[in-house]
Design a protein around this ligand. Sequence first.
Ligand SMILES: Cc1ncc(COP(=O)(O)O)c(C=O)c1O
Length: 433
Amino acid sequence: MIRRSPEAATTTTHQTTGDLLPAVPLLALDRQYAALREQIREAINRVCDSGRFVLGPDVADLEAELAKALGVPHVISCASGSDALLLALMALDVGTGDEVIVPSYTFFATASAVTRLGAVPIFADIDPVTYLVDPRDIEKKISSRTRAIVPVHLFGRTADMDAIGPIAVKAGLPIVEDAAQSILSTWHGRCSGSLGDVGCFSFYPTKNLGGAGDGGFLTTTRDDVAKSLRLLRVHGMEPRYYHEVIGINSRLDSIQAAVLRVKLPHLDSWTTARQMNAARYQEIFSEYDLASRVAVPGDEPRGRHVWNQFVIRVLDDSRDALRAHLAKHGVGTEIYYPVPLHLQKCFTHLGWAKGDLPETERAAEQTLALPIFPELDSAEQRTVVARIAEFFSATTRTAPIAKPRQEVLANTGSLPSPHFIRRAVGKADDVRC
Ligand SMILES: Cc1ncc(COP(=O)(O)O)c(C=O)c1O
């Protein structure tokens, strides 16, 4: 273990200290699994022994437990967050030629659910500070063909529902919340998923409540929509082999439900750990002179931010070089999202061009997600920020920017093996939405 004296800590150049810092993965699901291994295996065995693999008692129990946790009357599980969005729009009768307003700065599924129904996504720009859909742009884009508004609670932060709610009411439009990244986020004390007509969530493993594979669920306060969703997820079939409407096959596996039921009781404390990690990043960044280089995300005063991602903005054009520097030193990062949806090749026929959504396009070029998972420790966070400071010191060729405190150096430990670095980066590369 290499330790440094306080004098050495303040006088050592960053290049030298940097070589001692360990790798940090973007996400380490193995740490969460290690703590719950026995319970998860027992739950999977129980489902295998029962022979009930699709829907079944574990799914019904999970839906009831989620309804209680989120304070909503109806939870309807399904096969993925992408299907949740599709089902929500189907339940609201969105169809050919209809328009649905969505942000362009989001995961692909938010818009593909619209196009799969023959409807047209109308992309709205974002607020440059929160990266959330800009309510003023939503209002501008409402037309006589608009059938729904889909705000995305991106990165774990609830969209500005104080503004979006009244816009939807005035226009007589339903709201579908894309809450895939924001389970347990709140707005004035109410959970996301209970703020509009339908809420759509994902159990994809990178989410705050992730399964052992794909899965998702919907929330609604409306009895009519709940009834429709329950029908649509099973081919519109009621009773068996009699089809009232044309639905899809989108059911949650019992094994997923059993695993998620083991994890759900921990979600609140995992969320608190994410919030603490975010606060710690904010503090560590403030110890460095990086404010002119990096914009650090802030808290949401009107509700609970659940920090599915901690996304910084690199204020010059060096985001990709910074990312390469971090990868070289074993720090996992991700770009959410490098190509805005309105500029994706598959949507060329919709006629959008570069320059149409300036804030979205700027965010796609400048943002970078850092590790924020609940089991991340403070030494790892200090390493991440020290590596960022090291990059900017090297690129400016002036005096080092970083002002590392003694603990940064005390926590560095011994040199990581190349194998450890490769493993950490490999895991980061597996992460998508
Ligand atoms: C904002 C957003 N919407 C929808 C989805 C789709 O969820 P899934 O991957 O479960 O289909 C994701 C991520 O997966 C997402 O991040």
